[in-house]
Design a protein around this ligand. Structure first.
Ligand code: ADP
Ligand code: MG
Length: 743
């Protein structure tokens, strides 16, 4: 029996999924595989695990596992469910890549999909689970797709053993035929339960023109307009990345300042907020009367360009618009007198306690405005949102399969995603979605985003899949992978690529490969670890590999500042970081390790100081990254110890820099792992074209590549270098660079 707080119980009863509890539980009891579809916010993620728990699915014989494609969701949902059920986090827990709070008592476990995949590697039958829920299946993340493929084989195997496993696939869209109608996946069509969400109508407003590039500025203007003119209700803005989110938050906070002491909670102050509001209302009334009135009863379902739908409003809008633009010209520098706007950022890497803020009601007398990346599209439902501002873009990682170059690019999202975003405005009452692009542009969006598996390099996956081929389980894993790749996404269109990929599967896994697969890092890093036994190099390789895996150790100070004061502050911090990096880079031979030595030095110094937020703040290190590195070092150290029982490794918080001999050896190890990532400086006589100035040639690309300005070797330009990765921004840049010498 679950003992829930009355207010929690009341909120639960309002969720559409509660009405379906019985039919969901019946379907699960009678079928091995069940698909549940329901709009974002209908209660799938928070409630289905509770239904199962109450129906006794966790009683001593196994746990409930729920996978999420995003870390944010795994952490925040486990906390929410623990709270709703009034259970300890020892019982409702989470596990994400390097972090978690799972205990022996854990009965409901939220995890990222990658974590469950690793668990399959250790125990193919997943015997500790009685139910596995694959959440957000509509996102078609690569690991989720693979998991569904593997689980389609595991479920019958468990059935045969007499220990049935229930599989539940949850999706925010009805587009689930890929899972249900694929006879190769599930021979019997699994039942699909549809949760009727109480979705209120959302009026879609398209921009007449699509801004060429400054969609952030356009977002700013739109939020200002909404806040000044439209009735109360939260605003949710979709942008593409963390930097954009922060910069818009800063601009908005500046334009509509919000003083914490306004909300101390005592009645006096609240009253005064109310008074200010009234005062402002009267002051603004004259202006407001010339502004468009949005008729909330007039909802459109068919997309129309903003203005077309409401001609009267349009003319007014234009007048008011130009008026407003003048206002906005100085909105950045001058405080606005409107109601305070309570601005919160939301993105994946944000600290959990800051993420949790979006779920709490905003302080009285303020309007909530959440500026988010894609995480708010389906994984997290923010209460009280009435207005959505959608820039229409999404930041995606692109991989070049041949060269391995990865770059983040901002592209238009899909129609399906744009509609999901719009839906966020209609959870609690009718809402409005402002799309900062025209309906013509929208019609050109692809209908759905392509499944990730069709776009990512598959080496790491193939290695993991191969490692699954453990003797105990008589299961043709090659077949399973081939099968899941095939049926889940890679259509005949990509037949050639598919065959190339699966060809790699037919050779057996080597002993080195088997050791490598046990490390929770990409194969090239695993190889470096597997080669580091000599000269006591393992602690260094573990540290370098952890740092390279976590990436982005240093604070980014090259961001637009909002004031001169801030510009000066950022400049000072940047200078300090550069100075520290030069110290961390060391002397003599160590210097040749380049950025890798900087990473090693930074981690060493930070650990020496006890890895405190203060140390990180003062020295330009990202505290969150340092914590992740610490966890990964611990995990890798344990992994190495378990593979070579005589290694006896431990983490020394006072790790000394490597000796010169060790440095030489480390460079060989790095070269072995990054062997295909070698670049040679273009020689003077080869300098035909100016674009090759200071450039490097790589084996894989015809284009010039450069050492990234953030690299310690940026000015030195060694003749040969190895790099961790190439990223494409204005040019192709190598990051994580160290120097090598020809033998
Ligand atoms: P779904 O998985 O169907 O998208 P969820 O189960 O995530 O739906 O959400 C159900 C409801 O629970 C939503 O209204 C959401 O706002 C609320 N909710 C989720 N997490 C929290 C939280 N940490 N605090 C308060 N409310 C939350
Ligand atoms: Mg959910």
């Amino acid at each position: 029996p679950v003992d829930r707080a009355p207010e929690i119980q009341e909120a639960r009863l309002k969720l559409p999924i509660l009405a379906e509890e019985q039919s969901i539980m019946e379907a699960i009891n009678e079928n091995p595989v069940v698909v549940i579809c329901g709009e974002t916010g209908s209660g799938k993620t928070t409630q289905v695990p509770q239904f199962l728990y109450e129906a006794g699915y966790t009683s001593s014989t196994g746990a409930i596992g729920i996978t999420e494609p995003r870390r944010v969701a795994a952490v925040s949902m486990s906390q929410r469910v623990a709270k709703e059920m009034n259970l300890s986090r020892r019982v409702v827990s989470y596990q994400i890549r390097y972090e978690g709070n799972v205990t022996d008592e854990t009965q409901i476990k939220f995890m990222t999909d990658g974590v469950l995949l690793k668990e399959i590697q250790k125990d193919f039958l997943l015997s500790k689970y009685k139910v596995v829920i694959i959440d957000e299946a509509h996102e078609r993340s690569m690991y989720t797709d693979i998991l569904i493929g593997l689980l389609s084989r595991i479920v019958p195997l468990r059935e045969k053993k007499g220990l049935p496993l229930k599989l539940i696939i949850m999706s925010a869209t009805l587009r689930v035929e890929d899972f249900t109608e694929n006879k190769r996946l599930f021979s019997a069509v699994p039942p699909v339960i549809q949760v009727d969400a109480r979705q209120f109508p959302v009026t879609i407003h398209f921009n007449k023109k699509t801004p060429l590039d400054d969609y952030s500025g356009e977002c700013f203007r739109k939020v200002c307009k909404i806040h000044r003119m439209l009735p109360s209700g939260g605003i949710l803005v979709f942008l593409t990345g963390q930097a954009e989110v922060h910069s818009l938050c800063r601009r908005l906070r500046k334009a509509f300042p919000f003083q914490k002491n306004n909300t101390a909670g005592d009645d006096d102050k609240e009253e005064s907020v109310e008074e200010i509001r009234k005062f402002k209302k009267s002051r603004k009334r004259k202006k407001a009367m010339t502004l468009p009135k949005i008729d909330l009863d007039n909802y459109s379902v068919i997309p129309v360009d903003e203005g077309d739908e409401d001609r009267d409003a349009e003319t007014d809008d234009d007048v008011a618009g130009s008026d407003l633009d003048l206002d906005l010209g100085d909105a950045d520098s001058e405080e606005d007198s409107s109601l305070p706007l309570y601005v919160l950022p939301l993105y994946s890497l944000l600290a959990p306690e800051k993420q949790a803020k979006v779920f709490r009601p905003p302080p009285p007398g303020t309007r909530l405005c959440v500026v988010a990346t894609n995480v708010a599209e389906t994984s997290l439902t923010i209460p009280g949102i009435k207005y959505v501002v959608d820039c229409g873009k999404v930041k995606k990682r692109f991989y070049d399969k041949i060269t391995g170059v990865s770059s983040f690019r901002v592209t238009w999202t899909s129609q399906a995603s744009a509609n999901q975003r719009a839906g966020r405005a209609g959870r609690t009452e009718p809402g409005h979605c402002y799309r900062l692009y025209s309906s013509a542009v929208f019609m050109d969006f692809e209908q759905f985003s392509a499944p990730e598996i069709t776009k990512r390099p598959v080496e790491d996956l193939i290695l993991q899949m191969k490692a699954l081929n453990i003797e105990k389980v008589k299961c043709k894993i090659d077949f399973v992978l081939r099968h899941s790749l095939k049926c889940l996404s890679i259509g005949t269109r990509n037949k050639h690529k598919f065959e190339q990929q699966t060809a790699k599967l037919s050779c057996p896994i080597s002993p080195l490969g088997r050791v490598m697969a046990t490390f929770p890092v990409a194969p090239r890093y695993a190889k470096m670890l597997a080669l580091s036994r000599q000269h006591d190099c393992l602690p260094y390789t573990i540290t370098i590999v952890s740092a390279m895996t976590v990436r982005e150790l240093f604070e980014e100070y090259d961001r637009p500042a909002v004031s001169e004061e801030e510009t000066a502050k950022l400049k000072g911090k940047k200078a300090r970081l550069l100075q520290m990096q030069r110290i961390w880079a060391g002397q003599g031979l160590l210097q040749k390790l380049g950025d890798l030595m900087v990473m090693l030095g930074a981690v060493g110094a930070c650990e020496y100081a006890g890895c405190t937020p203060k140390f990180c703040e003062e020295n330009g290190l990202r505290y969150k990254a340092m914590l992740e590195i610490r966890r990964l070092r611990g995990q890798l150290t344990t992994a190495v110890n378990s593979v070579c029982s005589d290694a006896g490794l431990y983490i020394d918080p006072k790790m000394k820099p490597p000796t010169e001999a060790q440095a030489t050896y480390l460079r060989q190890i790095v070269l072995a792992g990054l062997g295909d990532h070698v670049a040679r400086r273009v020689q003077a006589e080869e300098l035909l074209d100016d674009k090759w100035k200071n450039a490097y040639k790589t084996a894989l690309l015809d284009e010039p590549v450069f050492i990234h300005p953030s690299s310690i070797l940026f000015k030195q330009l060694p003749e040969f270098v190895v790099y961790q990765e190439i990223v494409e921004t204005t040019k192709l840049y190598m990051k994580g660079v160290s120097a090598v010498e020809p033998e």
